[in-house]
Design a binder for this molecule. Structure first.
Ligand code: FMN
Length: 395
């Protein structure tokens, strides 16, 4: 007979029954108080599940720190809890074994519960956010009306600037700086239209990879662990973020999916594609954002959670550190691209589950965090880009 155990990777909450009595409401009756239902956020399935009272009783009776032998075939409640990823079983049932393996991998890789909840409950798969075939002008028109409807419904946002009633205000000189770094900072922008014909040069890709993701030094920390130097900071000097370039149109680099090897400053081809497959794949990975999918190089950023969490074991801030590491790399890419007169972007709108499957990542030791990219910008400005001016608008 199989043995069962409760997972620690779940959280429970109460929610009001979302099925109010519509007929009663329409006839003006005050609805009776609803009975709250118990729900579970199950990290192992990445889904919310309803629980009934008998399932809750069973769940609370099963320990998480050891296996419990079943001396009879599993009850309906146990089977439901196993399917919901709230209990795990040591059986080799093909529907249940992956959930147990994931539970063990989360434990082995030192995942913190709050981090795991956020990471796995917010992952997407197979999602298309924008109508992929619309041209940018139509898309811009449709997003303008969506944005206007949002303001009509919720009112304007809090103001662009925060104000404090302090005791004194000291005006600052605001000196203009002319050195290249300051000019590059001001040139940084998001690009949403890339040249579909001209390739990006190999030396441009080379510079981006070397100065954004490359290794510029080695050090041993107090525990004699090798830390590497990049142009961006990283929590503990661990640099757990990896880049998987999807190259569509770069001279002398065949289109395909690659891994950037920072140690050797080289590209390892994982999958060969043709140019349109590479663009389609990048677009699909970025939930239908075709304007980004047209970039010459898209970098899928993953985190090697096992490297970060080797040090920050079950640490509540480990995951935030990883997100910040990825954000620093993103800004560095924007700056490197601006310096090279390339366009750049970042997005979190990702079909992470599909990307992990395609890159053969388990999502627990290593998983997807963000995507950034760059390429030769198309002439002119896309209607999808904000037009910034130095003049403050009239209020
Ligand atoms: C975390 C993050 C996620 C973003 N995701 C998207 C996205 O999914 N799609 C998009 O078109 N732009 C995305 N952007 C870009 C912003 O829309 C852009 O930075 C903003 O419009 C300001 O323009 P600028 O970068 O040119 O200053 C993202 C930016 C950040 C920092």
């Amino acid at each position: 007979m199989a043995r069962i155990r409760r997972t620690v990777y779940a959280c429970f909450y109460a929610e009001d029954d979302p099925l109010p009595d519509i007929a009663a409401m329409l006839s003006g009756e005050i609805p009776p108080p609803t009975e709250a239902r118990l729900g579970a956020l199950a990290v192992l399935t990445g889904q919310r599940h309803r629980l009934n009272r008998s399932e809750l009783d069973v769940l609370l009776s099963v320990p998480a720190d050891r296996w419990t032998e079943l001396d009879s075939p599993p009850s309906e409640a146990i089977r439901a809890l196993l399917a919901k990823g709230l209990l795990v079983s040591d059986s080799d049932d093909p529907a249940l074994a992956p959930l147990r393996d994931r539970d063990e991998a989360l434990t082995d890789n030192q995942w913190n519960l709050y981090s795991a909840l956020y990471h796995y409950m917010t992952q997407w798969g197979g999602l298309e956010l924008t109508e992929g075939e619309l041209d940018p002008a139509e898309l811009s028109e449709s997003s303008r009306s969506v944005a206007k409807a949002h303001v009509a419904r919720y009112g304007p946002p809090p103001s662009a600037f925060a104000e404090h009633n302090g005791t004194r205000e000291i005006p600052l000189p605001g000196a203009e700086r002319q050195s290249p770094l300051f000019r590059t900072l001001l040139a940084r922008r998001t690009t949403r239209s890339f040249d579909s014909i001209s390739p990006m040069a190999l030396d441009e890709l080379d510079a981006v990879l070397r100065y954004v993701f490359g290794c510029h030094g080695y050090a041993r920390n107090a525990a004699d662990v090798v830390c590497i130097k990049r142009t961006s900071p990283s929590g503990g000097g661990l640099h757990p973020v990896e880049a998987y370039p999807i190259i569509s149109n770069v001279t002398d680099v065949p289109p395909g999916i690659y891994h950037y090897n920072a140690q050797r400053h080289s590209l390892t081809m994982l999958e060969s594609l043709d140019i349109s497959e590479a663009r389609r794949l990048a677009t699909f990975f970025m939930c239908g954002q075709k304007y980004f999918g047209m970039a010459h190089a898209t970098f899928i950023l993953t985190a090697r959670f096992d490297r970060n969490q080797w040090k920050y074991r079950r640490h509540q801030k480990a995951y935030a550190g990883i997100l910040m590491d990825a954000a620093h790399l993103s800004q560095t890419l924007y700056l490197a691209a601006a310096e090279l007169a390339l366009g750049a972007f970042v997005t979190l709108a990702l079909n992470s589950r599909d990307i992990e499957e395609r890159l053969a990542l388990d999502g627990v030791k290593e998983g997807v965090i963000a995507a950034i990219g760059c390429g030769r910008p198309a002439p002119g400005q896309s209607p999808l880009e904000l037009s910034f001016s130095s003049e403050p608008p009239e209020v």
